[in-house]
Ligand binder design. Structure first.
Ligand code: BGC
Length: 768
C-alpha cells in the first residue's frame, strides 16, 4: 500500500529513529545458513518448550506475548509518537516476541540479532506481515482467485507468496482471511473467498497448505494465520468495524466451518477480530477462543489479537480500562497482543497481583514458542535473512508465470451476446476507453504492503502483444488527482472533459473495449461504500459511448461485486477481471483475444442494486417465499427483483456445456452417489466447474434453500463428454444444531447439479 503519503510518513519516521537504524543495521555482517533439519517431532518440541519456560521470568514470558509494529511502517493507527526508543529498550530486555511490518532480509536480521544475541535467553523473534496475495509478484486479489474454483492454482499462488515473503525475512503471514460475508458494501470482501462456507473452507485450506508447505521448518515456508475469529464478515450494513449480530445457527453453520477446516489443516495461528459476538468482543471472548477453538477443536497454535483489538474492548464498553482489557484478553485465550500495549503494560502486574493465573501466561507462551520451534527459528534464527536469496527470488520469472496462470483462471465472463468475444486476431479499428486501461497500479488491488507501484502489466501493454489495431482515449479518470488512498479517501472525479475525444473515437471504431471499475484502493480495509456502482462519471461515459457505438466489450476491474443493471441489460459483452495483480493486462488481453478461454465462476452474488444487500444464494426460505396469491403479502421488494443480477457460481465460457443423465444412487445412506453427464457442445476446448447443491427439505433447524456440497473443475475438448460423480456422506448432509453439535437427520433432500447455483439438473432422494 505504498503511496507518496505513506513514503513521506515512513521518511518522517526514519529521520526520528535514524540513530536507531544505524544502531540496528550497522556492521551486522553475519553469514546466512539455511537449515535442512527435518521437522522435529511434536513431543520433542514440547520438551524443549517446557525446559525453556522453566527458565523464563514472568517479564520474559509476557514479552513473548507482545507484538510490536515495526519501527518504520504502520498498517493501522500509528502507535504513540516517539515510542521507538521504548520498543527498542524492551526488545533488548527480552520483552518482545514478535514484530509486524518489519521486512527486508537486512532489517529483519538486525532486529533478530538483538533478540538472539543480546537478550538473556536469546529467544528468536517471529516476523509477521500481511502477505495477502503475494509480496512483490502479486497474484489476483483473493476474491478474484476464489473465482477460479481451482484449489491447485490457489495453493500455488500462496506458495509463491511464501517463497517471496520468506526471502525477505518474513516467517508468518496474516492470511488467509477465511471470513464469510454477504455484503458487497464491505471493502474487505476483496480479501476473502466469498459468501459460501463450503467453498471458503476449501480455499482457506488450499492457501494454508501453500503458505505452510509440507515442512514448516524449511527456509521457504511460513506460518499462516486464519482470520478474523470470528464473524468479522458480518459487520452491519457492510460498514467497517461495525457491530456484528447473528444467531447461533449462522455462527455454527456459516461463520465457523472455514476456521474449523483451517485448524484441521494445521494452521499455526489464528487472529481474533475487532467485532463483538453476542455482545462480547472477539478478543475477550472465552467461548470462542477457549471453549471452541482451543477446547472443542484442539487448536495447538496461538491466537494473535487484531491490531489494537485488545485496547478497543474499552471503546466497546467491555473493559473499564486497558488493564481490565488485558485481563479479559488473557483469560479469554488471546495469546499475543498486536499493538494494543495491554500486555506489555499490564500483564506482569496482573499476574503479580494474583488476578491472572500464571498458568494462563505459561499456556500462551508455550503455544508461541512451539510455533517458533516448528519454524526452526531456534536452530537458525537467520534462516529467512539471506539477501542473495531475496535478490534472486523477488519478481522471479516462475512467479510471474504462476501469477499469469492464476490471473487467467480468475476472470469471469458475465455476458457474451452475439459472440462478440473473443475478438478476431485481425480485428480492425478497436477503441480502448477508460483510465484503468492505462493504469499500472490500480489493478494490483488493495492489501499489497510489500509491492511496488506501477508494476502491473496494464491492459494497453497486454493488448500490444495481440494487436496493433487499437486507439486509446482515457474518457475519464476514476478518482480526482493523485491517488492517495492509504490513509485518506480521494474524491471520485467529476471531470468529463475527456468524454468528447472518447465518443469521437468510439464513433469511428468497429468495437469498443471499455475498461471501467474501481480504483484498487476503493476496496480493502476501511473501504466500505454505500454505492456499489461505477465510481465517478464512468457510468455516464459508458452510456454516452453506447449512444454512438453499441458494440461494446465492458472489462470490469473492481474489488467487490458491483451493481450494474444498466450495463447488464445493454452492453453485449461483460468481462469481470477484478484486480488481477502483476499480470493483469496480459491475462485480460489473452481472454479478449481468446488465447485463454475464461472459466471463472462467481464466489459472491452480484446484486441488482445496493438495496438488496446483504444478498447470498444460500438463504433460508421465508414463510412466504412466493406470490402464489398474486398479492403483495410475500417476501419481496416492490421496486426490485429478489434474485441477484449474477448468481453465485455463475460464469460463462467461449464454449457451452450441456448437462444430461442425472443419476442418484441412494442405496447406501453413508455414501449417496450423484452423477451427471457433461458434454462440451460449443466447438472449442474449455474448462467447466460442475457444482452440486443440496436442500434438506425439513430439519429440526431450518436449512438453506441451496447449499454447495461439491464441485469439480476439469477441461473438456470440443464434443468431449465426461461423467462427473459426487459422493454425499454425513459430512455433506449433516449440519450444526443450535448447541454446536453436528447432526445428520434422515428425510428428503433435493439435489441439483449444474453450471451455477441457478442452472442445473434436479432430483431428490431420501436419507434413511
Ligand atoms: C487487520 C488485520 C491485519 C492487521 C495487521 C488489521 O487492521 O484487520 O487483518 O492483519 O491489521 O496489519
Amino acid at each position: 500500500m505504498h503511496s507518496g503519503y505513506q513514503v513521506l510518513l515512513i521518511f518522517r519516521h526514519m529521520k526520528r529513529s535514524n540513530f536507531l537504524i544505524t544502531l540496528l543495521t550497522g556492521a551486522l555482517v553475519l553469514s546466512s545458513c539455511v537449515s535442512n533439519k527435518p521437522a522435529e517431532r511434536a513431543d520433542e518440541i514440547d520438551k524443549k518448550v517446557n525446559a525453556l519456560l522453566a527458565q523464563m521470568t514472568i517479564e520474559e514470558k509476557v514479552g513473548q506475548m507482545v507484538q510490536y509494529n515495526g519501527f518504520y511502517d504502520a498498517t493501522g493507527p500509528a502507535p504513540s509518537e516517539g515510542n521507538a526508543q521504548e520498543k527498542y529498550d524492551n526488545l533488548k530486555k527480552g520483552g518482545v516476541g514478535s514484530f509486524l511490518n518489519v521486512r527486508g532480509a537486512k532489517q529483519v536480521r538486525a532486529l533478530q540479532k538483538i533478540a538472539v544475541e543480546e537478550t538473556r535467553l536469546g529467544i528468536p523473534l517471529i516476523f509477521g506481515l500481511d502477505v495477502i496475495h503475494g509480496h512483490k509478484t502479486l497474484s489476483p486479489i483473493p476474491l478474484a482467485e476464489s473465482a477460479s474454483w481451482d484449489m491447485q492454482a490457489i495453493k500455488k499462488s500462496a506458495r509463491v507468496a511464501a517463497i517471496e515473503a520468506s526471502a525477505i525475512g518474513i516467517n508468518w503471514t496474516f492470511a488467509p482471511m477465511v471470513d464469510i460475508y454477504r455484503d458487497a458494501r464491505w471493502g474487505r470482501v476483496m480479501e476473502g473467498a466469498g459468501e459460501d462456507p463450503y467453498l471458503g473452507a476449501k480455499i482457506g485450506v488450499a492457501r494454508i497448505k501453500g503458505f505452510q508447505g509440507d515442512d514448516l521448518s524449511a527456509h521457504n515456508t511460513i506460518a499462516a494465520c486464519a482470520k478474523h475469529f470470528a464473524g468479522y464478515g458480518f459487520v452491519e450494513a457492510g460498514k467497517e468495524y461495525n457491530t456484528v449480530d447473528f444467531g447461533t445457527s449462522t455462527l455454527y453453520n456459516i461463520v465457523l466451518p472455514p476456521f474449523k477446516a483451517a485448524v484441521d489443516a494445521d494452521v499455526k495461528t489464528v487472529m481474533n477480530a475487532f467485532n463483538i459476538v453476542n455482545g462480547v468482543p472477539s478478543t475477550g471472548n472465552k467461548f470462542l477462543q477457549r471453549d471452541i477453538l482451543k477446547g472443542k477443536w484442539g487448536f495447538k497454535g496461538y491466537v494473535i489479537s487484531d491490531w489494537a483489538s485488545g485496547a478497543e474492548m474499552v471503546n466497546h464498553g467491555f473493559a473499564a480500562d486497558l488493564k481490565e482489557a488485558s485481563l479479559h484478553a488473557a483469560e479469554a485465550g488471546c495469546d499475543m497482543d498486536m499493538e494494543s500495549y495491554t500486555y506489555v503494560n499490564h500483564l506482569v502486574d496482573l499476574v503479580e497481583e494474583g488476578k491472572v493465573n500464571v498458568s494462563i501466561v505459561d499456556e500462551a507462551v508455550g503455544r508461541i514458542l512451539r510455533v517458533k520451534y516448528e519454524l526452526g527459528l531456534f536452530d537458525d534464527p537467520y534462516k529467512y535473512c539471506d539477501e542473495a536469496r531475496e535478490k534472486e527470488l523477488l519478481y522471479h520469472d516462475d512467479h510471474q508465470a504462476a501469477a499469469l496462470d492464476m490471473a487467467h483462471k480468475s476472470v469471469v465472463l458475465l455476458k457474451n451476446e452475439g459472440g462478440i468475444l473473443p475478438l478476431a486476431k485481425d480485428q480492425k479499428k478497436i477503441a480502448v476507453i477508460g483510465a484503468l486501461a492505462d493504469d499500472k497500479t490500480s489493478m494490483l488491488g488493495s492489501w499489497r504492503i510489500g509491492s511496488d507501484d506501477g508494476t502491473a502489466v496494464s491492459v494497453l501493454e497486454g493488448l500490444n502483444k495481440h494487436t496493433a489495431n487499437y486507439t486509446y482515449a482515457k474518457g475519464a479518470d476514476v478518482v480526482a488527482g493523485d491517488v492517495n488512498f492509504v490513509f485518506h479517501l480521494n474524491e471520485n472525479t467529476t471531470d468529463k472533459s475527456g468524454f468528447k475525444e472518447a465518443i469521437q473515437l468510439a464513433k469511428k471504431s468497429e468495437v469498443v473495449v471499455m475498461v471501467l471499475g474501481e480504483h484498487g484502493f476503493h476496496s480493502g480495509e476501511a473501504r466500505s461504500r454505500t454505492k456499489i456502482d461505477l465510481p465517478g462519471v464512468q457510468q455516464q461515459l459508458l452510456e454516452e459511448v453506447y449512444k454512438v457505438n453499441q458494440n461494446i466489450v465492458l472489462v470490469l476491474t473492481n474489488g467487490r461485486p458491483l451493481a450494474l443493471p444498466w450495463a447488464a441489460d445493454n452492453i453485449p459483452a461483460i468481462v469481470e477481471t477484478w484486480q488481477l495483480g502483476t499480470q493483469s493486462g496480459n491475462a485480460i488481453a489473452d481472454v479478449l483475444f481468446g488465447a485463454y478461454n475464461p472459466s471463472g465462476k462467481l464466489p459472491m452474488s452480484f446484486p441488482r442494486s445496493v438495496g438488496q444487500c446483504p444478498i447470498y444464494y444460500n438463504k433460508f426460505s421465508t414463510g412466504r417465499p412466493v406470490n402464489a396469491e398474486k398479492n403483495v403479502f410475500w417476501s419481496h421488494y416492490t421496486d426490485e427483483e429478489n434474485d441477484p443480477l449474477y448468481a453465485f457460481g455463475y460464469g460463462l465460457s467461449y464454449t457451452t456445456f450441456e448437462y444430461a443423465d442425472l443419476k442418484i444412487d441412494d442405496a447406501n445412506p453413508k455414501a449417496i452417489k450423484v452423477s451427471v453427464k457433461v458434454t462440451n457442445t460449443g466447438g472449442v476446448s474449455g474448462e467447466e466447474v460442475t457444482q452440486l447443491y443440496i436442500r434438506d427439505k425439513a430439519a429440526s433447524v431450518v436449512r438453506p434453500i441451496k447449499e454447495l456440497k461439491g464441485f469439480e473443475k476439469y477441461t473438456l475438448a470440443a464434443n468431449e463428454s465426461k461423467e462427473v460423480t459426487f459422493t454425499l456422506t454425513d459430512a455433506e448432509l449433516g449440519f450444526y444444531d443450535n448447541q454446536g453439535n453436528f447432526i445428520v437427520e434422515p428425510g428428503m433432500f433435493d439435489v441439483m447439479v449444474g453450471t451455477s447455483s441457478v442452472k442445473g439438473l434436479s432430483g431428490s432422494f431420501e436419507l434413511k
